[in-house]
Design a binder for this molecule. Structure first.
Ligand SMILES: *Cc1c(COP(=O)(O)O)cnc(C)c1O
Length: 737
């Protein structure tokens, strides 16, 4: 709808070369913010800049300033259109007509506006008229001046305003404004998050900057792609990179523009908001509205983070553990690990991208094949089952029957059905991976699928942890964890905190790094590893060496990883986007299983990262000690982080420890750590859950996981490790989508 139209508008002005106006942009008020070139081209297109916002938000003043700065005509709907047209004051017209008719007439009047390349300042009630709003929105960008309600009220009282729709029948101003806010929330392309008492001058600068960002935005680039090789015409959209996963040159996608930085005043607006509201405001700064319109993003967020998907009303709550340690509980989602944060949202974006990029030209349906061990499988299954059913996308997860934990296996098999299916393979992870690769190369299978329902197979990169679609949501919970500490008054906004994260593929900690880039004052990012401690070695020496290493099986299997793929993004940013260096490092890693960084780069890396590790025995003691001193039961991954947090602790600075999984996901391990040995030997998983349940309610039992385990069909069939069986299963599955 709106967004496709907007895309064409954006394309027009991106492709237009001649600039009508140049302007100097002053950024001195926002030292944090992205520095623009001193002269930046603004809008060489016919499209309007349409200002929307509550009465009292200063639209008219901002419009006047913008008109002057950008050398464009400005139109104030109240003063330039309505009053001359009606020949009476707005307040009189409102009294005469009553709200309903007033809005109607106002809407009709708006639809007579034929402006181009102008600054249009809407009335506060224009957005209440759907048709008129659609009309005007199609002529340019709707910019929402989102002022804090408190400030608006003060201003309106001071101005003794008497011409607001609803006022004439005595509706309290607070109610009117609340309702308005909801209407505006549905109708904008770009939100300007205004600070308390922010001046119109400053707001107008933000508008110009937001538009400049749109104009300059070249979408996404690969970490291995030379900066100069990117041209405007080749803009890679969010949809394209979601579908692609890995870049064709083997690199990872990152935004071409610098990560936006929010000011303290902007962050303070988010402190008392719900998780979803925070998420929307953070993500809309990271996503071009032409790629994913905020109205759609809002909808996706509502579906992803709600009472049904998450069992905690705060979604990812922060709780005090002991002294300066706080736990960011990331396990209240449907599959009890932090992977749910990304996988409740990403499939919706993925399906949307398919619709806009590929379904547009063909009617294919898709089967995504994933080989997985660990927590990703169940999170992918739940995400695609819940959010992609009926969309023409199905998922098959192949897992090694003996390479995953009992709980993970039960969880996955319980979820099979509808548009998702699991195939247990009597072999190891590499074998599953091999089957997936073979299926993609299998021409006979491809033509069979395309003749029997027009199916295509898509590679597993679509869902694994290197896709930008999984990183985005992980930035949000890191920010939110910090804001929660502010909300709980543990810290004041701007105070520094440390974060400690059990790290495998470096995806979660990269979210914290981006949060830091956005202005969240994380002092140290503490990277916690288990015995597979390549990252610890790298951070401390600059050498990433896996030549003599083999994966060690530990009690924290989700971080049993040797190649932390997302590290590539981190090195890219830390080296100031030196794609040549990135290419060199990761080529060496592929060819020689080793690379090294040194000098300034290593120093910079060590300035932001601290790397330590925790042995198997230490993990056990940590679970036990923490339980004895606090009553809180940690899962083995969180225990790794807790141990490392103790190693590097600074009592004066709060430490946010990421609790990445619920302990019950690893019930046998944690029970053993608490000293249960013989008495758990022959017990079923369901009995182990009951045992753990009796021991503690801190944190509470994960009821979704418990249900899942108890209902799981244990008699699930395991396939022999031969390809023909897998191929047959794919064909049968294709009939079900
Ligand atoms: C995936 C996972 C991790 C590791 O996260 P990365 O983004 O790969 O660093 C840590 N803990 C748990 C429980 C996980 O499932």
């Amino acid at each position: 709808m709106l967004s496709t139209l907007k895309t064409s508008i954006l394309w027009r002005f991106l492709n237009e070369t001649k600039a009508i106006t140049t302007t100097t942009i002053c950024v001195k008020n926002y030292q944090h913010r992205r520095r623009l070139n001193t002269t930046t081209r603004i809008f060489s297109d016919r499209s309007n800049i349409i200002l929307m916002g509550s009465p009292g938000s200063g639209k008219s003043t901002v419009a006047r300033i913008l008109a002057k700065k950008l050398n464009k005509p400005s139109i104030d709907i109240d003063n330039d259109i309505l009053e001359p047209m009606w020949g009476v004051k707005i307040s009189e017209k409102l009294k005469e007509k009553g709200s309903k008719h007033f809005i109607e007439e106002e809407g009709k009047a708006l639809m007579t506006v034929k402006a181009e390349n102008s600054i249009i300042s809407l009335t506060g009630s224009n957005p209440l008229h759907d048709e008129a709003m659609r009309y005007i929105a199609n002529t340019g960008y709707v910019i929402f001046l989102d002022y804090p309600a408190k400030g608006i009220l003060q201003r309106l009282h001071k101005m003794k305003i008497d011409r607001i729709v609803g006022q004439e029948i005595g509706t309290p101003l607070t109610d009117i404004l609340e309702h308005r806010q909801m209407t505006y929330e549905q109708a904008y392309d770009i939100r300007i998050l205004c600070e308390e008492n922010e001046s119109p001058e400053s707001v107008s600068e933000k508008v110009i900057e937001a538009l400049a960002v749109l104009e300059e935005d070249q979408g996404y680039v690969s970490t291995r792609q030379d900066k100069d090789s990117v041209s405007v015409q080749e803009r890679t959209s969010l949809g394209e990179i979601l579908l692609q996963g890995l870049a064709p040159d083997g690199g990872l996608y990152v935004p071409a523009l610098q990560i936006p930085c929010l000011s303290k005043g902007e962050w303070s607006r988010l402190v008392n908001m719900s998780y979803r509201d925070r998420a929307l405001r953070i993500m809309e700064r990271l996503i071009n509205p032409c790629d994913l319109h905020p109205s759609k993003l809002r909808l996706f967020l509502e579906r992803a983070y709600n009472n049904e998907t998450f069992s905690h009303e705060k979604i990812f709550p922060v709780r005090h553990l002991k002294d300066n340690h706080f736990l960011l509980e990331l396990f209240h989602g449907p599959t009890a690990s932090f992977k749910d944060a990304a996988l409740q949202l990403m499939p919706q974006m993925f399906v949307d991208a398919l619709r806009h990029n590929e379904f547009k030209t063909d009617s294919s349906r898709y089967i995504i094949l994933v080989a997985t061990s660990g927590d990703t499988g169940s999170a992918v299954l739940d995400g695609f089952r819940r959010h992609a059913e009926g969309s023409g996308v199905g998922v098959i997860v192949l897992f090694p029957e003996h390479g995953i934990s009992e709980v993970q296996r039960l969880q996955m098999t319980a979820m099979s059905g509808g548009n998702v299916q699991v195939l247990g393979i009597d072999g190891d992870f590499d074998l599953c991976q091999g089957m997936v690769k073979r299926a993609f190369q299998d021409q006979d299978l491809a033509s069979w699928l395309s003749n029997n329902g027009n199916f295509r197979l898509r590679y597993k990169n679509a869902a694994n942890s290197i896709t930008w679609g999984r990183l985005l949501p992980q930035i949000v919970f890191q920010v939110s964890g910090y804001l929660d500490l502010v909300e709980q008054k543990v810290i004041s906004l701007g105070d520094e905190v440390d974060v400690c994260i059990p790290t495998g593929n470096f995806g979660n900690i990269l979210g914290a790094f981006y949060a830091q880039a956005m202005g969240i004052p994380f002092r140290r990012l503490v990277c916690a590893s288990n015995a597979n401690n390549t990252l610890t070695e790298f951070i401390n020496s600059g050498v990433y060496d896996i030549r003599s290493r083999q994966i060690q099986k530990t009690q924290s299997p989700a971080i049993d990883i040797l190649k932390a793929s997302n590290l590539e993004r981190f090195i890219y940013h830390k080296s100031d986007r030196d794609s040549q260096l990135v290419r060199k490092c990761f080529k060496e890693l592929e060819e020689n299983q080793c690379f090294e960084v040194s000098g300034q780069l290593l120093e910079d890396i060590q300035k932001s990262l601290v790397g330590k590790w925790c042995s198997e025995a230490e993990c056990v003691t940590t679970i036990k000690n923490c339980f004895e001193t606090t009553g809180y039961l940690l899962d083995p991954h969180t225990a790794i982080a807790k141990f490392v947090a103790d190693l590097v602790n600074d009592v004066d600075v709060p430490m946010i420890i990421n609790a990445t999984a619920h302990y019950s996901k690893f019930a046998p391990q944690v029970l053993r750590a608490l000293g249960h040995k013989k008495d758990i030997k022959d017990k079923s998983m369901s009995e182990l859950f009951d045992m753990a349940h009796k021991i503690t309610d801190s944190p509470g039992m994960h009821s979704r996981l418990e249900e899942c385990i108890k209902s799981s069909d244990i008699s699930e069939k395991v396939l022999k490790p031969n390809y023909e069986d897998v191929e047959r299963a794919i064909k049968i599955f294709s009939h079900k989508i």
